[in-house]
Design a protein around this ligand. Structure first.
Ligand SMILES: *[C@@H]1O[C@H](CO)[C@@H](O)[C@H](O)[C@H]1NC(C)=O
Ligand SMILES: *[C@@H]1O[C@H](CO)[C@@H](O)[C@H](O)[C@H]1NC(C)=O
Ligand SMILES: *[C@@H]1O[C@H](CO)[C@@H](O)[C@H](O)[C@H]1NC(C)=O
Length: 407
């Protein structure tokens, strides 16, 4: 049902597009961000010593853990597929070798913040790891550029046909202090600084030759299993009536997004030759939460697929991948993979929407050709079958794993 309607939608778009080009949209993708985009940098830094190095992480698509905080592919993976590029490699494992990154690289690191550690150190807020913030990621990018192009002009030319994905980034700037117990009013005052850090990184990339940038906003974190569990209160007035998300957290995410959108408008005026696309992850996810069954998700979409049985299946003392946690039978019917990160199914939904121009401003369709939308549509059909056999096999090698579906 779901995939049929997606197919029909794509058919409609293809039929109604007058000109179709066969040129590639982008020759490469460079991405920056946190665990929502990381495809192996954190695991490399931590020498594999992290729960995401174990199944069920990666069970859905790669059939092994890859350093992604998901059961399968991330937004950045689906975008690479859609633009017919190979999946990006994390940059850190290759920092000292002369590998060429013809199709781009992924600088994102799980736990990264937009602001650097000085900001948090001054406020007495512990950071997860040093030297992984947006600033550090930008340094790695410059380092990679200087090792790959012989002249500034050559680099600039190449970057003009690259897609830059700036995020998700910023979520941890708020989550870390909030989870550490800092006052919400204080954390709210960080927002302009976070937006500033993102804006500076965008400006620096444009200065280096970037011409197309995709900048995601924050998720509706009030609907996130982890936040729902950590900030649970017995008062109905904190929750929205229809879906059950925590209102003040969603309002906070909207506040961040509002300032980001305003800043992007400003950047567009300063750099009219660059295309800066806002990606509305907030609306994309709210679309699922409002009608989960319509898009193939289960009717109560707020619980995590993998975790352990406290509220919303999120217990910070027994996380997905740790002994005692369990994984659901059908991740494709869940939005939240491990309480903090999305399932492949939710990521695929977001990308499908982005490519249809629904959750983007300006839409990709305005900046890029539509000739390959048919291919994209086929790649991005929401997966529905083929999970169960694999979960059963995967489970036997995963300590504490049980195949009970959590509903
Ligand atoms: C830039 O483009 C040239 C010509 O297409 C190519 O030979 C070179 O490898 C590219 N450099 C990078 C850094 O991708
Ligand atoms: C982070 O970078 C600074 C400056 O380069 C360096 O002094 C510090 O040792 C680094 N910290 C870690 C944990 O690598
Ligand atoms: C969370 O996990 C810890 C460690 O397994 C356990 O002791 C605790 O009871 C769990 N809390 C809830 C609410 O399930």
């Amino acid at each position: 049902m779901g995939s049929l309607s997606i197919y029909l939608l794509f058919t409609l778009i293809v039929v109604s597009t007058p000109q179709q080009s066969t040129e590639a949209c982008f020759t490469s993708i460079f991405s920056f961000g946190d665990s929502n985009t990381d495809c192996g940098n954190l695991l490399f830094i931590l020498n594999n010593l992290h729960r995401i190095s174990r199944l069920p992480y990666g069970e859905t698509f790669f059939h092994r853990p890859t350093g992604r905080f998901s059961d399968g592919r991330l937004v950045v993976d689906f975008l690479a597929e859609a633009f017919e590029l190979p999946l990006l490699l994390p940059n850190l494992p290759y920092l000292d070798d002369d590998r060429r990154f013809e199709n781009g690289a992924n600088f994102a690191v799980g736990g990264a913040t937009a602001l650097d550690e000085l900001f948090f150190n001054e406020k007495g807020i512990p950071v997860f790891l040093e030297n992984i913030s947006l600033d550090a990621q930008l340094k790695w990018f410059k380092q990679l550029l200087s090792s790959q192009c012989s002249s500034g002009i050559e680099c600039e030319n190449n970057l003009s046909s690259s897609l830059f994905i700036m995020g998700l980034i910023g979520g941890n700037d708020y989550n870390h202090p909030l989870f550490y117990g800092r006052n919400f009013e204080e954390v709210r005052t960080f927002v302009p600084s976070v937006i500033n850090a993102i804006s500076s990184a965008i400006t620096a990339l444009i200065g280096l030759g970037a011409r197309t940038l995709l900048v995601p906003g924050n998720f509706p974190i009030g609907c996130n299993s982890a936040h729902l569990s950590i900030f649970h209160v017995p008062y109905a007035e904190d929750y929205d009536e229809k879906i059950g998300c925590i209102k003040w957290l969603n309002e906070f995410a909207e506040y961040h997004n509002h300032l980001l959108i305003t800043e992007l408008d400003h950047l567009r005026k300063m750099h009219p030759h660059a295309t800066i696309i806002y990606a509305d992850y907030y609306q994309a996810l709210m679309t699922i939460y409002q009608s989960p069954e319509k898009y193939g998700f289960q009717s109560s979409p707020l619980g995590a697929c993998c975790g352990s049985g406290a509220l919303y299946n999120y217990n910070s003392s027994c996380l997905c991948g740790e002994s005692g946690s369990t994984v659901c039978m059908e991740p494709s019917r869940y939005v939240s993979w491990d309480g903090m990160h999305l399932t492949e199914a939710a990521n695929s939904f977001i990308v499908t929407g982005l490519l249809q121009g629904k959750f983007t401003n300006p839409p990709f369709t305005q900046t890029c050709f539509l000739g390959k939308v048919e291919t994209i549509g086929r790649n991005l059909e929401l997966p529905h079958n083929g999970y169960n056999n694999f979960v059963n096999t995967a489970c036997s090698s995963f300590p504490g794993c049980s195949n009970d579906d959590i509903s």
